[in-house]
Ligand binder design. Structure first.
Ligand code: PEP
Ligand code: MN
Length: 265
């Protein structure tokens, strides 16, 4: 169970040697979508140089419109593996259907996106895998529902679950979503699982990524997930919220100080 009552110690999830949980803190960065070899390698090298420790990139994209870019699918995962080889960074990418699981054999951390947080058959199947899972909170799901979805994975025997607060739908329209910062300390009181905050999807606004990253660390986040693109203006998805490598370096300077201040390593 993810309940802290039955397991008082913090769970630490090891992702190819990068630990998330307890005092272990990581920054996951990369583009929304993998687009081509130059884009993912250039972005990977830039985020690594700035201090990110895991590389993200979508290959199967849950787009609102079926006419929008859907991702490169298996080719996208191949390109991520090339970037992993080039940089040594573990990779994170989203799964949308359990039939694709074989393609994820060399993926280090499998993301379940907000739109699939309650795809219970997918969660059950991932519970029988031994891969670390990044479980994002649904667009309009409560903390209790997020924890129950984590239970679905853990009930199958997979305890390597990381929760992600990525913003929720509210009446506010200035930001893409509303970052529920209170969920970070509250989830960590209720559960021993590590918590990642995604300020990119939570706000949709590049200039909000730094202040909310710092606030997330102050609230006890065990990792951040930030969208970065080597050329956001040309991105095939979420360009408007993606940081340039230069903006990401500036965020990382502040993040490193805040993490050290908060006793993270
Ligand atoms: C993403 O990480 O690119 C993504 C689609 O996120 P979410 O599921 O939180 O919307
Ligand atoms: Mn995105």
């Amino acid at each position: 169970s993810c309940n802290r009552k039955f397991h008082p110690e913090d769970t630490i999830v090891d992702i190819a040697g990068k630990k998330i949980g307890g005092k272990h803190f990581q920054v996951i960065a990369g583009p929304c979508s993998v687009e081509n070899e130059d884009q993912i390698i250039e972005t990977a090298e830039a985020v690594k140089a700035a201090g990110a420790t895991l590389l993200r990139g979508g290959a199967f994209k849950p787009r609102t419109s079926p006419y929008a870019f859907q991702g490169l699918h298996a080719d996208g995962i191949e390109l991520l593996l090339k970037a992993k080889k080039a940089t040594g960074m573990p990779i994170v990418t989203e799964i949308m259907a359990i039939e694709h699981l074989d393609l994820f054999a060399d993926v280090d951390l499998i993301q379940v996106g907000a739109r699939n947080m309650q795809n219970f058959e997918l969660l059950k199947a991932l519970g029988h895998s031994d891969k670390p899972i990044l479980l994002k909170r649904g667009l309009a799901n409560t903390m209790e529902e997020l924890l129950m979805s984590a239970e679905y994975i853990m009930a199958g025997g997979n305890n390597n679950v990381i929760l992600c607060e990525r913003g929720i739908r509210t009446f506010e329209t200035k930001t893409r979503n509303t970052l529920d910062l209170a969920a970070v300390p509250l989830l960590s009181q209720m559960s021993h699982l590590p918590i990642v905050v995604d300020p990119s999807h939570a706000t949709g606004i590049p200039t909000l990524v730094k202040p909310l990253s710092l606030a997330a660390i102050a609230c006890g986040a065990n990792a951040l997930m930030i969208e970065v693109h080597n050329n956001p203006a040309k991105a095939l998805s979420d360009g408007a919220q993606s940081l340039t490598p230069e903006q990401f370096r500036d965020v990382m300077d502040a993040v490193k100080k805040q993490a050290a201040f908060s006793g993270k390593e």
